[in-house]
Design a protein around this ligand. Sequence first.
Ligand code: PMV
Length: 366
Amino acid sequence: MLTRQNLQSFYRMEKRQDIMTRLEVCAWEKHQILPSSQFFRAFSPSNIALIKYWGKRDVALNLPTHGSISVTLKDFGSYTTAEFSEHFTKDEFYLNGTTLIDFSKAIKTVDELRKLAQTSLRVRVQSYNNFPTAAGLASSASGMSALTYACARALDLNLSLEKLSEISRKTSGSSCRSFFDGFVEWNKGELADGSDCVAHSIVEGKHFPLQVFLVVVQEKPKHHPSTDGMLHTQKTSPFFEAWVKNSEKDFIRMKKALFEKDFESFSMIIQENCFRMHACMMASSPPLLYWEPQTLLVTGLIESLQKSSIPVCFTIDAGPNVVVLCPPEVRRTVHEELKKLNPMQLLSTILGSGTRAYNLQEWQNE
Ligand code: PMV
């Protein structure tokens, strides 16, 4: 049976990266599904922000200060099984086969869905991330969207993707983008209740195909969780207002670049947006710095490839790892160059579709 350790060594071998097949997910489930329970399995992908969400206009509802744009990743995400049964006496959550002690965030979402379904059935949630936890991908985005989708379907709630995305957003902001395909926008909205603060797909990935490399330079968990970092920056950085204003412009510029399939503008916008977010964090008091020395080795390499007219660019989330994007034609060259830096891990994928759920038959047949 596949263990966590040899799963990671598979990744290092950079072979097939969608190695966690549906059968393996079932093998990883600590508890077998009760035949009498109502259950659904969902897969939800991770997403990487091109125009970053970093600032909240409403903390309780996770409403952003400005819109953001992301790409949905094909191969990396969370498989989640939600099972409701009258045989359960308490809610239980498992992540990667281990009991989760603090599930206070996830339970907020489950409670909202239980209320909509008018049920008090307890739930057992078993979730697996098919990427190494320290790969620099926000597991909350794929984890929360998969949980929301699986629970809603298990409870027979017929909710639109937009509604599911809205429910998920309240627990993890960036998760609202994982429901959708390809390039996704999350609008700021104006209303206080957040009903117009919704995400949807701008164009599918095939409109503007990209190869995405995740260059892991450090495997430790990040020192400041994103909500803490975001609120700290918002409260103390003198650059915050300028960051929001420029991000609004970047949001519009990025949509134009996407529609026009203009990689040069695309590269410039995502790098500028990324550096502005980090500059804004660094200007906080005390300063917030997520980078490591190796982060700059990767960005330096990309800049030198750009000088040799290779179409490639990068972005960095709230952590030290770098996400590199390029058109498929140059992926081999870029991969070879990145390998020379000998990063801790080098993962690769393309753009994919959003969250999907399976009942038992769909799961077995796909
Ligand atoms: O939604 P959160 O709390 O995981 O915050 C995500 C923040 C960034 O990843 C840095 C940017 C983004 O838009 O995803």
